[in-house]
Design a protein around this ligand. Structure first.
Ligand code: HPA
Ligand code: ZN
Length: 343
């Protein structure tokens, strides 16, 4: 959907300062850049054109997506690649007025290619520093672990990241959910808490509602990535609402990965209406057909999102951010300023 085709609520949102809290940087690697880097490093891929790449993005579940996602990330090899990847996404932030973003970095993904965390962060740092000085972009990085790998490997990566502790605001847990429950990662989260990281985890995307509860109780997370399967458990819904535990919901992702058959079945506004701190993010925009605004546009076109609902989703994203309170107040001031000019 191009901007001129957005409905009135999404057009109003487009100029509004917003936050995106659930974005895998590898999931922002678009087809042209993917092909460029594959050619640069002589990585052979089963596609030779942008159209072929995009035609392959037809997923039946989370695992069918992850197979292509890790294949795509395998073209990232040197500092310049990571610079370009981050620069491309931060340019989306600039264009879509995503004034604060929290980005998942998954260093274990690059280890099979022999790429060290120092190389990854060198490239990312350069792009982030430019975006900060060019237009004041606010960025948090989330050190995200791959749950299909043994916990001991995750802990080894956490320790390898100790020299870069100040680069990250939080840790997260991603990849295949169903066979890799939160209970497997209690030592990892204990170690991360001792290091002062904020804690989030994917839970309740494909996994059952009990994984959401376990992420809270066993891992002490204060935010849940996805969490949409909470709708299946009344007690859990009441508790998430009472405690204002944020959910980073990714509507286009949920449809593309067949969590819902189509957007009209998505329950995001049930969650919001029940008082949960629901936010909207794009997850893996290169794979799921849209950035943050396109996610809002789908909510407007298929679920008749109102201005009040849209504003609440944006306010929630500021509340849910891993930011000091003074910075949240500053974001809110920018929002008030926008609303005064664009009621
Ligand atoms: N779920 C789990 N892991 C992921 C996802 C997701 O939606 N996207 C990238 N890694
Ligand atoms: Zn995700």
């Amino acid at each position: 959907m191009t901007e001129q085709h957005f409905g009135p609520v999404t057009q109003w949102l487009s100029g509004m300062p917003k936050a995106e809290l659930h974005l895998h940087i590898d999931g922002s690697l678009r087809a042209p850049r993917l092909l460029q880097l594959a050619a640069k490093h002589s990585v052979s891929l089963p596609y030779s054109s942008v159209a072929e790449v995009e035609a392959a993005y037809d997923f039946s579940d989370l695992q069918s997506f992850l197979d292509l996602y890790y294949l795509g990330a395998s073209v990232l090899r040197d500092q310049e690649d990571f610079y370009l990847l981050m620069k491309d996404y931060l340019e989306v932030c600039r264009v879509q007025n995503i004034v604060h973003c929290e980005i998942m970095v998954e260093p274990q993904t690059y280890l099979p290619q022999g790429v060290e965390l120092a190389v990854v962060l060198e490239g990312f740092d350069r792009a982030i520093a430019e975006a900060k000085s060019d237009w004041g972009q606010s960025v948090g990085l989330i050190l995200s672990f791959l749950r299909h790998l043994p916990e001991a490997d995750c802990i080894a990566m956490l320790k390898a990241a100790d020299p870069y502790r100040e680069h990250f605001c939080a840790i997260g847990l991603a990849s295949a959910e169903r066979d890799f429950p939160p209970a497997n990662f209690q030592a990892l989260y204990r170690e991360a808490a001792e290091r002062g990281y904020a804690l989030t985890a994917h839970a309740g995307e494909e996994g059952p509602p009990s994984f959401i509860r376990d992420a809270q109780q066993l891992l002490s997370v204060t935010r849940i990535d996805h969490g949409v399967r909470a709708v299946e458990d009344e007690d859990l819904l009441n508790q998430l609402a009472a405690d204002r535990v944020p959910l980073t919901v990714c509507p286009l992702s949920n449809v593309r990965l067949c969590v819902y058959e189509n957007m009209s079945e998505h329950r995001i506004f049930d969650l919001l209406d029940r008082g949960l701190c629901v936010t909207v993010s794009s997850d893996d925009p290169a794979y799921f057909g849209g950035d943050l605004l396109e996610n809002f546009a789908a909510l407007e076109s298929d679920l008749a999102m109102t201005k009040d609902q849209a504003l609440l989703l944006v306010r929630n994203s500021f509340e849910a951010a891993f930011l000091p309170i003074a910075e949240k107040i500053a974001l809110d001031d920018r929002l008030q300023d926008y609303l005064a000019r664009n009621p």
